[in-house]
Write a protein that binds this ligand. Structure first.
Ligand SMILES: Nc1nc2c(c(=O)[nH]1)N[C@H]1C(S)=C(S)[C@@H](COP(=O)(O)OP(=O)(O)OC[C@H]3O[C@@H](n4cnc5c(=O)[nH]c(N)nc54)[C@H](O)[C@@H]3O)O[C@H]1N2
Ligand SMILES: Nc1nc2c(c(=O)[nH]1)N[C@H]1C(S)=C(S)[C@@H](COP(=O)(O)OP(=O)(O)OC[C@H]3O[C@@H](n4cnc5c(=O)[nH]c(N)nc54)[C@H](O)[C@@H]3O)O[C@H]1N2
Ligand SMILES: [Mo]
Length: 554
């Protein structure tokens, strides 16, 4: 998030939630937003194909067809420009490439945007008026925006909107992606991506490589046999698993991820995992993926270890161990360090030598506090995030540039990271698979409040299973009637890749022509159906749109 949760809740005059089921998937922030709406009369616009609970608090629910967000946003920006509601001073002083961007937006008059999105022209005008005249407005989004082949383009279009309205770098405004897992922000910040080290320092940058090579006692010079750090950009998860069949990957070490359940097109994923030479899985439970593993390493859960989680607003939070590790489990960092030490092994017999006198060559951490010291030294935006400061209760949001720096609750207040904010001309691209005669409905997938992804953790909680014990497929009453669904009936949902059977939940949460399924139960997982079409830049799958047919089983 460019802004913090407290700031949005306290200072926004308008909220635009697009592709985030905030009250179910981010319930804490969802509650803060609902309170802001009730207590301060903040205007909420929700743009979502489904009638999620947040729409009960919204002034307006825009119900676009899945996968048409660019056309929707360009249509809204067309009206904002037509009415002169853009922030001319902000555009002039802080941005560039406006004319090229404007030329593209001008290709989306409201009538055309309406035709692509299914949203009435009058509603587009009403929404643009709220956005153009109520400032500051904060934009929030999640997977409804990113899990498309145009995920990156969708995000850029939202950045265009916020620059156009001058809502960047200001309290109560900003672009605010709600990150998913408790520490996915931290994982990315620490370089858990194929192209960067920590704090997004590029692997292709020689100076960056030299810095890390020195700290870790390896050589960054690729011309030397004794080289350690590769300048090559790696693969994303969604490329690695299919890459097994192309011999690009022969071994995998997976930590806290269950691709057999969570990746698109499960049948193909199982086929890939069956073909791998060596698979190590480090998890807290034996998952669906465990069936393909050669070695299982038992990690500990959050309650059994100390460390930090970096949340969606870039705030680093200290989490303390509450109970001793169960059984033979160990904190993940200890397991990895133990393996690394064995890999380093006896240096006298290897050609690629490691300089064991380098500060962090030996993997001899006594505690996560030692690891944080290494992070402080090598990661500019975390330079001042120490366990000691967190222990004192300081609320630190990166960048925290040194031990005295107070952190940065709002980004881009004076300039953007690249200097001027660059408007991007972006066109609508249709989803990779749309309904046809054989597969006439759209399938969208996601989560429910009561479960977590593959359900490996939440299906073990008795209380949760009492509330939500099996996969339900949301289907509109009109479609249910056409199929002859009457009361509780089992549906068979089939795509070009697979088929599942699950109970129907007849509800107008989904519009006619669309069904919605989750991946919390392996026996009826949406990922048997989903398509492995990827965004060309981020390689995120198109989890939110594919084509299916729906039949009544009994
Ligand atoms: N209870 C619970 N909470 C969770 C999780 C969980 O598994 N369970 N997972 C966490 C994780 S890792 C993540 S990433 C987040 C995800 O959080 P969200 O992204 O909020 O969750 P999703 O269920 O993926 O659904 C996103 C919303 O996008 C809408 N949508 C579908 N298609 C489109 C479209 O084409 N355009 C637009 N604008 N919207 C669309 C859906 O109707 C839905 O309301 O949740 C986190 N929180
Ligand atoms: N159809 C469809 N598929 C999707 C999505 C969708 O919206 N639709 N959303 C996608 C998204 S946004 C996400 S984030 C992924 C999530 O997919 P995954 O990351 O695969 O799922 P999780 O259940 O979050 O976590 C995986 C494993 O982590 C283990 N675990 C928990 N804590 C720890 C720990 O401290 N240490 C270790 N070693 N393991 C631990 C759990 O037991 C679990 O088996 O799913 C993706 N898949
Ligand atoms: Mo996620």
């Amino acid at each position: 998030m460019s802004n913090s949760m407290d700031d949005v809740a306290a200072n926004a005059q308008a909220l635009f939630i697009i592709g985030s089921n905030t009250s179910e998937q981010h319930p804490v922030f969802g509650t803060m937003l609902r309170r802001a709406i009730r207590k301060r009369g903040v205007k909420l616009i929700v743009a979502d194909p489904r009638r999620i609970d947040m729409t009960d608090f919204a002034m307006m629910h825009i119900r676009q067809k899945p996968g048409t967000d660019i056309a929707l946003l360009n249509g809204l920006m067309y009206i904002i420009l037509e009415k002169g509601w853009e922030d001319k001073a902000f555009i002039e002083e802080r941005c560039e490439n406006f004319d090229e961007f404007k030329a593209t937006v001008m290709q989306y008059p409201p009538e055309k945007a309406s035709e692509i999105t299914g949203v009435p022209v009058e509603q587009l005008y009403a929404a643009a008026e709220i956005m153009g005249t109520t400032k500051p407005m904060a934009v929030m989004w999640a997977m409804g925006i990113t899990q498309h082949i145009v995920g990156v383009r969708n995000v850029m279009t939202l950045a265009n909107l916020q620059m156009l309205l001058g809502n960047m770098g200001k309290p109560g405004g900003g672009v605010n992606p709600l990150r998913g897992q408790n520490n996915v922000q931290g994982a990315c910040d620490m370089g858990g991506l194929p192209n960067v080290y920590s704090a997004y320092q590029p692997v292709i940058n020689e100076e960056v490589r030299a810095k890390f090579a020195k700290a870790w006692g390896v050589n960054s010079d690729q011309s030397s046999v004794n080289s350690g750090l590769s300048p090559k950009v790696g693969l994303t998860v969604t490329e690695m698993i299919p890459g097994i069949l192309e011999n690009k990957i022969r071994a995998l070490y997976i930590m806290g991820e269950d691709p057999a359940t969570s990746d698109p097109d499960s049948a193909h994923i199982r086929h890939c995992l069956e073909s791998i030479d060596f698979l190590v899985l480090q998890d807290i439970f034996p998952t669906e993926t465990a069936a393909f593993a050669d070695v299982l390493l038992p990690g500990t859960s959050f309650a059994e270890k100390t460390g930090t989680f970096s949340n969606t607003e870039r705030r680093v939070q200290l989490v303390r161990q509450a109970i001793a590790p169960l059984g033979e489990s160990k904190p993940d960092w200890q397991i990895t360090a133990e393996i690394a030490k064995r890999v380093i092994g006896d240096q006298s017999s290897v050609t690629r030598k490691i300089d064991l006198d380098a500060p962090w060559a030996k993997w001899e951490y006594k505690s996560p506090t030692d690891i944080m010291a290494e992070i402080n030294a090598l990661t500019p935006s975390y330079a001042g995030v120490t366990h000691a400061r967190l222990e004192k209760g300081e609320r630190l949001q990166w960048p925290v540039l040194n031990a005295e720096h107070p952190g940065t609750p709002i980004l881009h207040t004076k300039a953007f990271a690249r200097g001027k904010g660059k408007f991007m001309p972006i066109d609508h691209v249709p989803a990779p698979e749309l309904p046809d005669d054989d597969y006439p409905m759209i399938l969208s997938t996601g989560r429910v409040l009561y479960h977590w992804h593959g359900g490996e953790m939440t299906r073990r909680a008795k209380g949760l299973m009492e509330v939500y014990s099996e996969a339900l497929v949301e289907i509109n009453p009109m479609d249910a009637e056409k199929l002859g669904v009457n009361g509780h009936k089992t549906l068979r949902v089939t795509s070009r890749r697979g088929s599942i059977e699950a109970e129907a939940w007849v509800t107008d949460r989904v519009p006619p022509g669309m069904v919605y399924a989750n991946f919390h139960f392996p026996e009826a997982s949406a990922n048997e159906l989903t398509i492995a079409a990827l965004d060309p830049v981020s390689k995120i799958p198109s989890f939110k749109v594919c084509a299916v047919k729906v039949e009544l089983v009994k």
